[in-house]
Design a protein around this ligand. Structure first.
Ligand code: GL2
Length: 834
């Protein structure tokens, strides 16, 4: 291992060889030349014989070429300045389509549109060819993508490290209303945004055992003797800043068999076995685990985690630092952000590198390691906190387990010094859990090693201190902090909502896209009749755009003039899609039974978008129920023109970009204390939807900023939830005492939505009636009452539009640029390059 020899072997004499890399001309003509050149030389086709895919790939390469010089220059500048880099370690990056963002970052949109038109091609059609890289599950993965966008835009050196899954999040389809998963073959038609570097592959070891030996200086040392290994091949992706000339790197690792690995077996004479070995190695980066917030503890997942982390640490030391750099000073050059517990195995890996490979003493290594990491926790669900059994960890990474034990010994000694004789506390705080099996609590390991530990919204960070890690926050109060999440306005305002963006620029001038607090300047326009009319027209136009998309994409008809009520997020019991469903069934039941004339309903279309983890039964049954209710409600003459349910399959970033700008009402209805932050909630508010939501996650901060009058709050708050839980929660009591709730559940139990089969939805309904861990029945009445307020408010379109404008004006805080500023100041202690 070590530094590779790079560059020419003798002094270059051609003037171009030492000049900065060139960039194609920023003109329609230059663009057309470059595009046709790419089509002809890269795709090997003439324009007249090119497919839409050829054209897309050539277009992507063309735009890429405009970023290339800046990318190489960014890397040169960063190295030269020896600037501190953010190493963002994340198992997920939910990037969304790349082309639109690259066009935006290079200011090439108009040029591309004109140039392609001169070639007889349509930019929008080609943009729609792109299959989004879905290398994440939900909010956590999308957050990582927003953060690296913001860092590039703010001129901060950052390398995003992760896994190049061959298959991303599954493609969801519905068969008879049930979710069916298909593989996501995002690489099948080519991947123009990546640059593989097989020559820079890194070997990653697994298994085997450890040995003690005495080195030349007479020191006792440990050596890991692994039993197998794989290669990590880096694939680089550009992360362009917005119009600022910076292009950072996202480096994703792909697993391959090492030569030695199959040669060994091949020499033993078993060719078929050698080929199987290849497959075995490549399995490591084959597929993204589709569980969101509920990991399954699979061995392959631990292999994935160690694989990408080991590659990433080695990569920075060997390829980003100058030769001979003294690793005692590593923290001056990199700060690693641990995106949840998935990359936490990096902590013992850095210790191992420093001690076993670089000859550091334990104390020297800990001194460095404990300065290099910070940890972000993204959950409050106990089942989401990863615990790896010591049996598995010891088998896969025996040296790392030893190191974890020693970190724990040293840590518990410190606890004992601070709280002498408090054995109970020591046991509570141990990184090693003993029940139900001996395991390593990755969140504890992260907390012990990290300089700072943060939650992702104010309420979440408070609950993290008080409920998840109370002993740790008592021991190290200053270690804990909050950074409220944010979203990138480049993708989720400018790209997703160009018409609103133009309207904003007309009103307050340019510059707000990189200084989103400036949206405040829109406040006076909330009372400007002309602006209000334009704002409403933008919303109407976004609805039409969505209507057209859903027609072609899903053959769904969106009615005109409805309140568009949207709930899009992963399907999870704590998020309470079932509560939204009860509201729909309740409205429908009241009309059906004659309690309410259909004319009393505000015309409303509810749109769901949600994937369920393939092994999560309750979530899948809920999807089935939603689809069955949709089928019935949508064909019932009683509510025709008044109530409609749409559930387009395969919700993803691409669909989100069309759905969110069209929405009137944003559903953020998790049980208080369960949603760490939410980020969809921010995207909706920024695009002028009003929120109906609980006092949970970032909803709390959204409501504080937009004001109570412009936010529909309902349900128990977190202390009330805790109190109800302590006193004993009995969902059946709500069923007994609330006639409308009873009629609603009874209608489902009657088989009305399941062709007369009364048992089809037993799992969902009986779970609500007898367990209801997330207290949907307790919040039901408050929810439907608040929905009635929504309808009253919507009846006054002028007041609604005013509130929508104020939502936009007051939510600039939720730019991920602001989140990054917070991390820079309070956690990373570094600043943009100037
Ligand atoms: C999540 C939280 O559930 C969500 O509330 C939060 O907004 C995001 C980003 O911080 O992280 N945690 C988690 O495991 N997933 C999330 O979306 N998947």
């Amino acid at each position: 291992s070590g530094h590779r020899t790079l560059g020419p072997t003798s002094t270059p004499t051609h003037p171009l060889a030492t000049a900065p890399v060139g960039m194609p001309a920023h003109s329609v003509d230059g663009f057309v030349r470059e595009f046709l050149h790419e089509l002809n030389t890269n795709q090997g086709v003439a324009l007249s014989r090119s497919s839409a895919n050829d054209q897309y790939l050539a277009l992507a390469s063309t735009v890429r070429n405009y970023l290339m010089a800046r990318w190489l220059e960014t890397s040169r500048r960063t190295r030269e300045a020896k600037a501190k880099t953010i190493g963002y370690l994340s198992a997920e990056y939910l990037l969304g389509r790349q082309l639109g963002n690259a066009l935006l970052a290079t200011d090439l949109n108009e040029i591309a549109e004109k140039g392609l038109a001169l070639c007889g091609l349509d930019l929008v059609t080609l943009r729609n060819q792109e299959v989004e890289p879905g290398l994440g599950n939900g909010g956590l993965g999308r957050l990582a993508a927003c953060f690296i966008d913001s860092l590039a835009t703010m001129d901060v050196p950052c390398i995003g490290y992760g896994i190049r899954y061959e298959y991303g999040i599954f493609r969801q389809t519905f068969v008879d209303g049930r979710q069916v998963e298909e593989t996501d073959t995002w690489l099948a038609l080519g991947s123009p945004w990546e640059f593989p570097h097989p020559e820079a592959s890194v070997q990653v070891d697994f298994g085997g055992h450890t040995e003690r030996y005495v080195d030349a200086d007479g020191e006792e040392r440990t050596r890991w003797v692994p039993s197998w290994n794989v290669l990590g091949v880096p694939y680089n992706y550009m992360v362009p800043g917005y119009l600022n000339g910076r292009v950072n790197t996202l480096r994703l690792w792909s697993a391959q068999a090492t030569k030695a690995f199959d040669l060994q077996i091949f020499n033993a004479g078993d060719y078929a076995q050698a080929v199987r070995a290849q497959t075995f190695a490549e399995n490591i980066s084959k597929v993204l685990y589709p569980e969101d917030s509920t990991p399954q503890g699979k061995e392959l997942r631990l292999q994935q985690q160690y694989f990408f982390v080991a590659c990433s640490l080695r990569d920075f030391i060997d390829n980003e630092l100058e030769e001979g750099f003294d690793l005692h000073n590593l923290a001056d050059r990199i700060t690693y952000q641990l995106n949840d517990t998935h990359p936490v195995i990096a902590v013992p890996e850095l210790m191992r590198l420093l001690i076993d490979v670089r000859g550091f003493s334990w104390d020297e290594a800990w001194e460095v390691t404990s300065k290099c990491f910070n940890y972000t926790c993204h959950t409050l669900l106990p089942e989401a906190l990863e615990v790896w059994s010591t049996e598995l960890l010891g088998r896969l990474l025996p040296r790392h387990l030893e190191i974890v034990y020693r970190i724990n010994d040293q840590f518990l000694a410190e606890v004992d010094k601070t709280f002498p004789g408090d054995g109970l506390r020591t046991r509570r705080m141990s990184i090693i859990s003993e029940y139900p099996e001996r395991g390593v609590r990755m969140a504890y390991l992260a907390t012990v090693a990290a300089g700072k530990v943060n939650g992702v919204a104010a309420l979440h960070s408070q609950l993290l201190r008080d409920k998840v890690l109370p002993d740790f926050s008592e021991l190290w109060p200053d270690k804990f902090t909050n950074v409220t999440n944010g979203v990138t306005p480049r993708r989720f305002v400018k790209l997703a909502n160009p018409k609103l963006s133009d309207l904003i620029t007309d009103a307050i001038g340019p510059g707000w896209l990189t200084n989103l607090e400036r949206l405040k300047e829109l406040e006076p326009y909330a009372d400007d009749p002309e602006f209000k009319a334009s704002f409403a027209a933008v919303k109407a136009s976004n609805k039409q755009r969505l209507t057209a998309l859903l027609k072609t994409r899903d053959d769904i008809d969106l009615p005109d003039g409805h309140l568009l009520d949207v709930m899009v997020k992963r399907l999870h019991e704590y998020k309470r899609q079932s509560l939204k469903l009860l509201h729909i069934v309740s409205l429908y039941e009241q009309v059906l039974s004659g309690k309410l004339p259909a004319s009393a309903l505000t015309p409303r279309t509810v749109v769901f978008g949600a994937k369920a983890a393939p092994g999560y039964r309750m979530a899948k049954d809920t999807i089935h129920l939603i689809n069955k209710v949709a089928m019935k409600v949508n064909s019932a003459p009683e509510v025709e023109g008044r109530l409609k349910v749409a559930f387009p399959a395969n919700y993803n970033v691409t669909l989100a970009e069309k759905l969110i700008p069209a929405a009137d009402l944003s559903e953020q209805i998790s049980l208080a204390g369960m949603e760490a932050s939410g980020t969809g909630n921010m995207k909706f508010a920024l695009n002028g939807a009003l929120t109906i939501g609980t006092d949970d996650g970032a909803n709390v901060e959204i409501r504080q900023l937009v004001g109570d009058k412009h936010f529909f709050l309902f349900g128990m708050d977190e202390p009330a939830v805790t109190e109800l839980g302590a006193k004993g929660y009995h969902p059946g009591a709500y069923y007994e005492s609330n006639p409308q709730l009873r009629a609603t559940l009874d209608l489902i139990l009657s088989g009305h939505f399941s062709d007369g089969d009364p048992h089809a939805f037993d799992s969902v309904v009986f779970n609500l009636l007898h367990q209801d861990r997330f207290m949907a029945l307790a919040d039901f009445q408050s929810y439907v009452d608040t929905q009635a307020l929504v309808e009253q408010r919507y009846a006054d379109q002028d007041a609604w539009t005013r509130s929508a404008i104020l939502n936009v004006a007051r939510t600039g805080y939720f730019s991920s640029d602001r989140s990054m500023r917070d991390y820079l100041q309070r956690i990373w202690h570094t600043s943009p390059m100037l």
